[in-house]
Design a protein around this ligand. Sequence first.
Ligand SMILES: Cc1cc2nc3c(=O)[nH]c(=O)nc-3n(C[C@H](O)[C@H](O)[C@H](O)COP(=O)(O)OP(=O)(O)OC[C@H]3O[C@@H](n4cnc5c(N)ncnc54)[C@H](O)[C@@H]3O)c2cc1C
Length: 490
Amino acid sequence: MSANDAFLDTLRQIAGPAQVLCGGDLSAYELDWRKRAQGKALAVVRPGSTAEVAAIVKACAAAGVSIVTQGGNTGLVGGSTPDASGRQLVLSLQRMNAVRELDAANLTVTVEAGCILQSLQQAAEKAGFLFPLSLAAEGSCTLGGNLATNAGGTQVLRYGNARDLCLGLEVVSAEGEVWHGLSGLRKDNTGYDLRDLFVGSEGTLGIITAATLKLYPQPAAQLTAWAAVPSMQAAVDLLGLAHRHLGAGLTGFEVMGQFALSLVAKNFKQLRVPFLTQAPAPSGGSAPHAVGSVGAAYCVLLENSDTESESHAREQFERLLETALEQGCVTDAVVAENIAQAHQLWHIRESIPLAQAEEGLNIKHDISIAVSRIPEFVEKTDAILKQALPGVRLVNFGHLGDGNLHYNVQAPADGDAAAFLREHEEAVNALVYDSVARFGGSISAEHGVGSLKLEKLEQHKSPVALGMMRAIKLALDPKNTLNPGRVLRA
Ligand SMILES: Cc1cc2nc3c(=O)[nH]c(=O)nc-3n(C[C@H](O)[C@H](O)[C@H](O)COP(=O)(O)OP(=O)(O)OC[C@H]3O[C@@H](n4cnc5c(N)ncnc54)[C@H](O)[C@@H]3O)c2cc1C
């Protein structure tokens, strides 16, 4: 029996023969969501318990096999799929999806890492609570992946990102030991914060097998509005007004450029996009052209969550929007009449990444900049890109309330998208990230580093910070077994 066969046999003994997949079609595990990171796995193993994960990690350490931990495989930075060597094991946590305990008095829930985000939202709602993490991939991403990438999403403004929602973790170390850190404590100053080390470490420091997370009371009412704004500066002015009028009730503030919205209208014809001023381009046709008012360069989606009542939330919204109209930072607005309408508006926003994927290959940037500096950043960077690459299409949308833009670049309408990426991706990235650096921003706001931004991180992070990160990696994973080649180079 070869060493490889012996290793696979050990995995079968640990997880059961049906849970070790090799040969056959493994593309669901080997190809990432953006279809840009295609690897080849030695095998895929799907453990059913923390003890099995620990035993698998020990077997890998003994055999010198590295591990790529995978949740829903919705990550956008090439961190969740194996490399092309055929020597990495994909450890899929999808079977570990139980809600272990909901503690109503402590306002916490403990879940296994493979639990789908939407399933947790539903379990919390059934018990009368809110689990506020929310993102467009929530039907397939997992809590383990959310924590490993410190996911953000649409409610960060009020509830914070995945890190802020996490009180405790259970983690399997690179040596196969289990750290039982599911405390549920809101205060615990007993030395270094291990939990915060693992959150956002993208599977490079340990394998998250379970987490204790914060719950919130359900708001009495949640109202959604859609506003047309003449410029990015107007969107920022509207954000300031919304903070003042709605206070902690402001739970969502998303900005969407007209071109991003026109892609939704083009690729999802059943969706009616309010205040669209660019007609969708015909398939394969030229760039969208203006058909309506030029007064709405962007649209903004706002959410107001109120602890009193729907009528109170509506009054607050109406006062805010009247003031915004008077001040000229809004040119038109609608407030959803019912939940169905609110869902439709959110659905438009959440369809932008899919509409962009339908439009073809593109270059994504997930950046953050101080909110106050975003208008100038957008104006200057748009101009730099348009001058360098005439005809380039800019898909600009994101969580403006958090200073986070998805500032994406699509090839000219009638060009060859694959050729455009081959020829220009490096240059486009350099232009955008240099501009981000000039504005004191971050090259990854919420998606992480993965394999895609490895080099960029080295260019943009300070040597002191990189040195400390390398020391942590070396201390926790000295043999570089966990997700090698992601976040940091060996
Ligand atoms: C349509 C769409 C919209 C999105 N919107 C947002 C958004 O608004 N905000 C946002 O932040 N992200 C967003 N994302 C990115 C993605 O959904 C998140 O990064 C998500 O948190 C990844 O979860 P996952 O279970 O799919 O993880 P995976 O893709 O499987 O893995 C992501 C990373 O985490 C590691 N990992 C996974 N599980 C574990 C574990 N249990 N222990 C240790 N490491 C682990 C993997 O090795 C990999 O490095 C979006 C993605 C899509 C496709």
